[in-house]
Design a protein around this ligand. Structure first.
Ligand code: F6R
Length: 245
């Protein structure tokens, strides 16, 4: 596990985008695993800049997103499809049909989840997966629990996640209670993983991972320790509790 502690969010985004740019330049047919939320915005901005100013080419790239709320369609402003189109895809030369975000309105959700994992495999698997982390230690929408889902599944969101994510909705009542989420083995199958965390509110979750050699389903991100190519990039604030312990 490689760990980088950067001064601030800008430096974190710079470090993450450099790694991604290098990978995309090396492999035109790259399959990207993408996250939403506030953490990767700075990284996406830099990738867009590299596309506009240096011609970084996404024409043969594909992408798979980690998750989507059940019940929201792609033009709902709080859906992850809407986020991805607006924050990233609309500004680069990726073919929309090469971008996959789980369909929160799929008719048969369980069958659809299986199909999503199949689709990832059919496309050769994820080359590099970007992850953020929840304040409760979740990755994707794999919430802390006695047992974790291995494959893409329908998951129930924890109250803390609903509260954290209500900032992206008009009111907390609007936040869906369930989501489609890639499972822990869908994520661990990625060839490379980059976990990003910034801000004081992530410090506790990060310390629960970094200050010991253990894994726990109560801290889903700790399972990343099982992977052989993980890079963690934090800012000083997200590292503060690990430093203190
Ligand atoms: C989003 C996702 C989530 C977020 C996490 C952090 O697709 O999978 O696990 O990465 O909740 O969210 P932010 O970045 O908004 O703090």
């Amino acid at each position: 596990m490689k760990l980088f502690v950067e001064k601030n969010y800008d430096d974190l985004s710079e470090r993450a985008s450099k790694i991604l740019i290098e990978e995309i330049e090396k492999n035109k047919n790259i399959v990207l695993g993408l996250a939403t939320g506030s953490t990767p915005i700075g990284t996406y901005k830099r990738l867009i800049k590299a596309h506009k100013e240096k011609g970084l080419d996404f024409s043969k790239a594909k992408s798979f997103n980690l998750d989507e709320y059940v019940g929201l369609n792609g033009n709902h402003p709080s859906s992850y499809r809407y986020y991805m189109d607006n924050e990233f895809f609309n500004h680069i030369n990726i073919g929309k049909s090469n971008t996959f975000v789980p369909n929160g309105k799929a008719e048969n959700l369980e069958e659809y989840c299986k199909e999503y994992d199949r689709l990832i495999e059919e496309n050769g698997g994820i080359d590099i997966q970007i992850l953020g982390i929840g304040t409760n230690g979740h990755i994707a929408f794999i919430e802390p629990s006695e047992e974790l889902v291995t494959c893409t599944s329908i998951v129930k969101l924890k109250e803390s996640t609903i509260i954290d994510n209500s900032r992206f909705f008009k009111s907390i009542e609007e936040v869906p209670k369930t989501a489609i989420s890639m499972g822990i083995s869908s994520i661990l199958k990625a060839k490379k993983i980059i976990l990003l965390a910034n801000g004081k509110n992530k410090a506790n979750a990060m310390a629960n991972i970094l200050d010991n050699d253990k894994i726990s389903t109560k801290v889903p991100a700790s399972l990343l320790k099982l992977h052989s190519d993980v890079t963690i990039i934090l800012d000083e604030e997200a590292y503060s509790e690990t430093r203190r312990r």
